[in-house]
Design a protein around this ligand. Structure first.
Ligand SMILES: Nc1ncnc2c1ncn2[C@@H]1O[C@H](COP(=O)(O)OP(=O)(O)OP(=O)(O)O)[C@@H](O)[C@H]1O
Ligand SMILES: [Mg+2]
Length: 141
């Protein structure tokens, strides 16, 4: 995938498939780090699914043998020296946290995230999407 906005579209699709009513996309930039957080209030994952979700040969989609969305995002993060975490939210749903090193040569461009959010909202008017982009004051070099 060329840019992060396409990964976001893909990960949001997972949340929609899980029946989420609320999906929040948060970008936090601080110094050389960029954190992408996607939270949903969908059906969540049990321990078994959680432990396999990142595996490209795991999916719960019927008739499919591979599930690449999380594996690709994980790879994109790892290529910059970062990582991907999948956590269960205490209330309901899943939180995806991808950590990137922005200065790494393999860092993908952000792409048009606002457009991605508009497309998601337009195609799922019943779902509440929130997007926030926070640039934190960096430490002096
Ligand atoms: N937000 C989520 N809530 C609940 N389950 C999820 C969520 N995201 C992923 N999953 C589970 O993890 C599996 C793997 O997700 P992943 O995006 O990697 O592949 P996929 O959605 O199955 O297939 P693909 O993304 O290639 O179309 C899913 O099949 C689903 O069972
Ligand atoms: Mg997917």
């Amino acid at each position: 995938m060329e840019d992060l906005s396409l990964h976001i579209l893909d990960i949001a699709e997972n949340s929609l498939n899980a029946g989420a009513q609320n999906i929040r996309v948060l970008l936090i930039e601080k110094n050389e780090t960029l954190i992408l957080e996607i939270d949903d209030d969908g059906r969540g994952m049990n321990e078994d699914i959680l432990s396999k979700a990142n595996d490209p040969f795991f999916t719960t989609k019927e008739g499919k043998k591979i599930g690449l969305g999380l594996a690709f995002l994980s790879q994109a993060a790892e290529e910059t020296g970062g990582n991907l975490k999948i956590e269960r939210r205490t209330e309901k749903g899943i939180q995806i946290i991808a950590c990137f090193n922005k200065n790494n040569i393999d860092m993908k461009p952000l792409g048009d995230i606002k457009k991605t959010m508009r497309v998601l909202k337009a195609s799922h008017p019943e779902v509440n999407f929130v997007f926030e982009h926070i640039v934190e004051q960096g430490d002096p070099a």
